[in-house]
Design a protein around this ligand. Structure first.
Ligand code: 1HE
Length: 262
């Protein structure tokens, strides 16, 4: 596949067997997200080769992303504004509810639309330089890339409201304590950690990874009545797979790893 030729210069891809690294590559503009970049992320996710099992979302330079490219804020009318926001929603839904798990490496500015992209990933590794902000409040706009849905899942409505109303920022340590990131590493160590975790994720059964990214968030947000049924159906599908059977047999025959050895 010649996917890289279809992507804008603000995106780079590195293929490492089962792991694909998608890198925001516009450091001179702090990886601000212009339309070609957002659409390019969508193109990347929609053309993912079947052998790829994990995506690492990385960024060139010192910052993950300074959010929406403010130079592109044109005088669009209301409907164009709605459609633009929905374009971001579509692309970030491809990140969150695509075929494979996504591991994001966060550093420096993770702000506005940059935070919206980050929270669409499944695992977030923060380097100590990372900081989080939603400056939409101060710019006279509102979030439009899914933050009102995904950020409160992690930190609650009250904290997000505080970020937007007062311009409050959280540093990497605070973000880790609040649950924005699942891992906190030294500056420069994020990609290595992401590749290490990605190798573990790639070693899982694809059915389990599918269930975790597709079924788990839906079950968690639906009413328990339907959630329990969805869980039971997903559990039966996973257990019935050949891969699950051979993994369980391997453990019972002392060939599989113990939990403490993973
Ligand atoms: C940009 C952008 C951008 C930098 N759009 N060009 N996002 C924001 O409100 C954040 C705006 N950016 C900043 O506050 C700062 O750039 C940073 C704190 C992130 C980094 O500061 P610094 O000192 O490292 O860089 P800089 O000198 O401010 O910026 C370097 C260049 O990047 C400069 O361009 P240059 O041509 O003068 O070199 C900046 O103009 C450019 N740049 N950030 C465009 N965001 C779907 S709705 C989502 C809504 C939002 O995301 S709103 C939040 C927007």
């Amino acid at each position: 596949m010649t996917q890289e030729t279809a992507l804008p210069p603000s995106l780079q891809v590195e293929w490492r067997d089962e792991i694909a690294i998608l890198r925001l590559a516009r450091p001179e503009k702090r990886n601000a997200l212009n339309d070609p970049t957002v659409l390019g992320i969508g193109t990347f996710f929609s053309q993912l080769p079947a052998h790829v099992k994990v995506i690492v979302l990385d960024a060139a330079g010192e910052n993950f992303s300074a959010g929406l490219d403010l130079s592109e804020l044109s005088e669009c009318n209301t409907m164009e504004g709605v459609m633009h926001s929905m374009m971001w929603h579509r692309v970030f839904a491809q990140v969150e509810l695509g075929a494979v798990p996504v591991v994001a490496v966060l550093k420096g500015a993770v702000v506005g639309g940059g935070l919206e992209l980050a929270v669409s990933a499944h695992i977030r590794i923060a380097e100590r330089s990372a900081y989080y902000a939603l400056p939409e409040g101060q710019r006279g706009i509102f979030v439009g890339g899914g933050a009102s849905v995904r950020v409160p899942r992690l930190i609650g409505v009250a904290r997000m409201a505080d970020m937007m109303l007062t311009g409050r920022m959280y540093n990497a340590e605070e973000g880790q304590a609040l649950g924005i990131s699942q891992y906190l590493v030294e500056s420069g160590a994020g990609l290595a950690k992401a590749l290490d975790l990605s190798a573990r994720i790639a070693a899982n059964s694809p059915v389990t990874n599918f269930a975790v990214i597709q079924a788990l968030p839906r079950i968690a947000e639906t009413n328990p009545h339907e959630g329990f049924l969805m869980e039971a159906l997903m559990a039966a599908i996973a257990q019935g797979s050949d891969e699950a059977k051979s993994r369980m047999r391997a453990f019972l025959e002392k060939r599989g790893k113990k939990v403490t050895e993973f």
